[in-house]
Design a protein around this ligand. Structure first.
Ligand code: PAF
Length: 280
């Protein structure tokens, strides 16, 4: 696997590959890689001839400085995992390489970016759009692969790609879970033993809630899921909403959307976890 810290080296490698007729897959990450990321690499290698992975903890998408400080980082371990997964190249730039000067761009992709994470983490999606658009410009992939754990992020990135007329095809890949159901996340490394034991209740209760659609309205289901999760020690729901899969706007009745989807954020002690579930 080739490792690049600078844009020029990566770009000439990718240009050579493209000239040889290869299709370039791209997996952007913030490192602390786990099975979820490796499933994206596997998926990229299925659809493309090679897979470039970026590891870059993007400061502009953290609305909480403590979250940026404590975000887990281990580039050496990430490189070993990527090598074993068959990734072709790792791009691990410094902050000044991605942002030689402050990125002042403001993206406005409308309502998909304003609800849920957009409302609770002001500036977060603007930072995601800044870095993803910059990475797309640098890597110029044919396809980019994103995990559905960040359900809203995929909708926001698709909207951004349409808005800037990016030719990159955005491919959404299923959530990878631990055996006990907890969605794989780099943040799971930050859980205390007590938090780790409690966290699988999030997906257990979400899964059970699929059986309540026949008898409860969306609002009643939201209230019951919230109540059951909050009853688990160390868990506290920040928000849980049921939205239409495409517009990401709240639904008030099950007939409001052909594809209702539940999106949740839960504090497990100090650690903020997100998950989501389809109700169709
Ligand atoms: O999902 C992530 O890890 C990040 O938001 C991304 C897409 C790599 C941008 O920094």
């Amino acid at each position: 696997m080739k490792i690049y810290k600078e844009i020029e080296g990566l770009q000439s490698f990718v240009a050579e590959q493209r000239a040889a007729g290869k299709r370039i897959g791209f997996v952007p990450t913030m490192g602390a890689l786990h099975a979820g990321h490796l499933s994206l690499v596997a998926r990229a290698l299925q659809s493309c001839d090679l897979c470039v992975v970026s590891v870059f903890v993007n400061p502009t998408q953290f609305n909480n400085p403590r979250d940026l400080e404590t975000y887990p980082r281990d580039l050496e371990a990430d490189a070993c995992l990527l090598e074993a997964a068959g990734a072709t190249a790792l791009f691990a730039p410094e902050v000044t390489t991605i942002y030689p000067e402050p990125d002042t761009r403001v993206f406005d992709v409308g309502a998909v970016a304003e609800v849920m994470e957009g409302a609770y983490r002001p500036g977060h999606f603007n930072g995601v759009m800044q870095v993803v658009s910059r990475l797309f410009d640098i890597v110029r992939p044919d396809c980019a692969f994103f995990g559905e754990k960040d359900f809203q992020q995929i909708a926001v990135i698709r909207a951004m790609a349409r808005q800037i007329a990016s030719p990159v095809e955005i491919i959404a890949c299923p959530i990878v879970r631990e055996e006990d159901g907890l969605a794989r996340s780099s943040r799971n490394l930050l859980l205390t033993p007590e938090g780790r034991a409690a966290a699988p209740s999030i997906y257990r209760i979400l899964s059970e809630s699929r059986g309540w659609v026949e008898t409860l309205s969306p609002q009643e289901l939201i209230a019951r899921v919230t109540e059951e999760i909050n009853a688990v020690p160390t868990l506290r729901v920040e928000y849980f909403d049921i939205v239409d899969t495409d517009s990401l706007q709240s639904i008030h009745s099950w007939v409001d959307s052909p594809r209702p989807h539940g999106c949740i954020t839960v504090y497990c002690g100090e650690v903020r976890l997100i998950d989501n579930i389809a109700y169709h």
